[in-house]
Design a protein around this ligand. Sequence first.
Ligand SMILES: [Fe+2]
Ligand SMILES: [Fe+2]
Length: 304
Amino acid sequence: MLSDKEYMSHSLELNLFFLRIIKEHIIFAAPALPPKNLDLTNMLIEMKGRFEKLLDRTVDMSLGIVSPEVLASGELVTKFTLPAEEKTQSLTGIPIDMSITKKQLGSRGDNSPGNISPMVSKVSELNKEIIGLMNLALTDQENLLKDVLICKAFSYIYPLMLDHVIREGHFYVMMLSRLEKRDELDSVRKMIEEELNWNRIMHEHSEFIRGYLDPSEDELIQTADKFAVETEKLVAETETLPSQPANLPGVTRQSLNLVTNLRNFKLQGVAGILGCKIKSIIPPLLGDHVLREANHYLRLLKTL
Ligand SMILES: [Fe+2]
Ligand SMILES: [Fe+2]
């Protein structure tokens, strides 16, 4: 059973990471729809605004509660986030509330402990509101994917990427629901679950990067392909963990090494995309997004 303090810090840390991720999934999906889906595009943009409000509230509530490790991990905001938001807004026309990012960049390191008891009910209210909005967002995304798969709708992002963001959303809802029950998994089970989830995600990121690079970017495509092959092997090994948990230390070590290399590749990628040095159909904010997801996973690998 989690203590109040653990419940609050785990909730707020999870929300700070995932609310930004979820609102960005919408920022990537909305401009990928053809002009005939203008109503859906507008509805998605409206929903993104609701996630931004929740993120803003989370940022205000999290002062003094979030651990310095999370603040320093590069999973919440990076040095690229603000310029990537500016550029992505100007390229796509999708409005992005950058004041939240500025606030987060400005408040880093402010970790003064506050009185936590009056906050528990507020965190629980926030978590429940998020779960409600997430369920709406996931239904919309699942309907869109279903229509794309039966060729009733078209999107310029891969069906697998739609499926990927839906799975990330469900993972978030599952983690939040578990926190609401104050469930605490034993560390081995928790680690196996995280590694299974995130190694699959890292594998798909390698495939997306490979597929969204311009065909003329031979060298980068080869590197992304190498990561796709290596992460596929890692996923296969991770899938043995539920029946052979003794392999956990070995798989964790491999994950840490491979994901560190992939993260460094993503770091070069976002810098190159932002600097207009790489030809691709990857918006700058998507480059930063996959970098933050790798940073989040690396922190988990180091702390679990
Ligand atoms: Fe994502
Ligand atoms: Fe992802």
